[in-house]
Structures are given as structure tokens and as C-alpha cells.
Ligand binder design. Structure first.
Ligand code: ATP
Length: 235
């Protein structure tokens, strides 16, 4: 069953339309990706899902119930966690404070993410526990952003450009961690450019072009189709 479903979503910035009937779904326990060139509507789709952008028409369902029009805090409480584009960690708070500031067990998990568990998952953060967010490297900030989202105990984790600007070795570490999260049963929606690196952990891909999905398929179909990648992804 689809945990998240978007049907014909249209979203505007004032009078400028950015989404033109966006439709996609995330199956429970799977990694779904939303990919496409810059400015095609990926971040707008994320904003529409999490309730920071109002969609003008169409429908967004989570666990079968409509969530359009709900404020962002209610969407978070329903179990949708975000690792936002640009990480947006609190620069003046320590790593520990960043992790506990917004913590909650929204999915009412029996085995919730705690500070200790996040530090075990990202040992680098343990070493930096009392450092301020602004003192971390880009990779450490990204781990902190993921750790902070996990501390909300979401059922669906959305990552918007989580490996942007990171060195290849750090990206590999992020992919390994995401693979572990998938194996633990977490449902993931991934927005990223490094398709060949994450294809092995992803199940279903949606390519977005000018605010709507133009292709949908599995990893082997995507990675083996050079024409498709050149046409819609510019790679
Ligand atoms: P990127 O990878 O560069 O973030 P994206 O696929 O996430 O790209 P969006 O950021 O969703 O794309 O942008 C979709 C469209 O909406 C673009 O045409 C963009 O110019 C427009 N847009 C985005 N933010 C705003 C805004 N605040 N005001 C007006 N138009 C915007």
C-alpha cells in the first residue's frame, strides 16, 4: 500500500505556477526517489507535502487520509520527517541541543530513536557532541540533520539533496546509513542528483520535468537508459 500519495497537485508561488499536476507515491518500507534538473519542482513538491506550501488543487494522502491544508507541525506529528535542502541545523546550538530541541516520538514507536541511539548510528556526532552546529564540517552537519529528523521518529523520511556538496567518501557513508534505515523498515523519499550512487538502495523513481512527473520506473530501467538520463537529468 502507498504510505504517501500525491494526485494532480498544483502549487503556486503567488501567481507563478510551479507544480502542474504532480502525481507520485511512496510505498511503505521502500525508497522512492524524485529526480530531475534544477528548478523542475522537487523542493516545491516537498514543501507541498510537509505543509509549508499550500497546494491549490489536487490531493495529498498519508496513510490513506488527506493531509493537504494541514499546517506543517501537524504533518510532522503524523510521522513525516524532513532533512531539508541546505541542512538548516541551528548554528548556535550544540550538537546535543540540535538533536534534542525538537525530539518527539511521533510514530509512537516501541523502540524510538533516542540521543544515545543517534550517536551510536553516527559515531562522528558523538565526538562533536558539545560543538556548535556552525563548527561542524558539511558531512557532520548532514549527519546531524538526518539525526535530528530521526529524533522525531518519523514513519516517512524525506531527504532533499542530502549529499549536495559532500565529498564522495562522506556521500558513501550517508548511502550506507540510509540503506540501514531502509532495512529497519523506514519509508524514504529521496531527492538527489547522484543517481548511480543510490540506485542500488532505491526501488522506484519518479522523474520530474516542469512541475510534473514525466517518467516512472525501477533502478535498472533508469540506470541502463542513457537517453532518458540525458534527456531529463542532463547526465
Ligand atoms: P533545485 O534543485 O534547484 O532546488 P527544484 O527541482 O527543487 O530545483 P523548485 O525549487 O521546486 O525546483 O522550483 C520549481 C519552480 O518554482 C522553479 O521554476 C522556481 O523558479 C520556482 N520557484 C521556486 N521557489 C520560488 C519562490 N520562492 N518564488 C517564486 N518562484 C519560485
Amino acid at each position: 500500500m502507498a504510505m504517501l500519495e500525491l494526485n494532480g497537485v498544483e502549487t503556486y508561488y503567488g501567481t507563478i505556477q510551479a507544480l502542474f499536476g504532480m502525481s507520485l507515491y511512496c510505498a511503505e518500507g521502500r525508497v522512492t526517489t524524485l529526480i530531475g534538473r534544477n528548478g523542475m519542482g522537487k523542493t516545491t513538491t516537498v514543501g507541498s507535502i510537509i505543509g509549508t506550501l499550500a497546494c491549490r488543487s489536487g490531493e495529498i494522502r498519508f496513510d490513506g487520509s488527506p493531509i493537504n491544508g494541514k499546517p506543517a507541525y501537524q504533518v510532522a506529528q503524523l510521522g513525516i520527517g524532513l532533512v531539508p535542502e541546505g541542512r538548516q541545523i541551528f548554528p548556535n546550538l550544540s550538537v546535543r541541543e540540535n538533536l534534542i530541541a525538537t525530539a518527539a516520538n511521533f510514530s509512537r514507536s516501541d523502540d524510538p530513536w533516542t540521543l544515545e541511539r543517534v550517536l551510536e548510528f553516527f559515531p562522528r556526532l558523538c565526538e562533536r557532541l558539545n560543538n556548535q552546529g556552525s563548527q561542524l564540517s558539511g558531512g557532520e552537519q548532514q549527519m546531524l540533520a538526518i539525526g535530528r529528523a530521526l529524533m522525531l521518529n518519523p514513519r516517512l523520511l524525506i531527504l532533499d539533496e542530502a549529499t549536495e556538496g559532500l565529498a564522495p567518501l562522506i556521500r558513501q557513508e550517508i548511502w550506507r546509513r540510509l540503506e540501514e534505515l531502509k532495512q529497519s523498515g523506514l519509508t524514504i523519499l529521496l531527492i538527489d542528483k547522484n543517481i548511480d550512487e543510490f540506485a542500488h538502495i532505491a526501488d522506484n523513481h519518479f522523474i520530474v520535468e516542469k512541475g510534473q512527473v514525466v517518467w516512472q520506473g525501477g533502478s535498472s530501467e533508469l540506470t541502463s537508459d542513457a537517453d532518458l538520463k540525458a534527456r531529463y537529468l542532463g547526465i
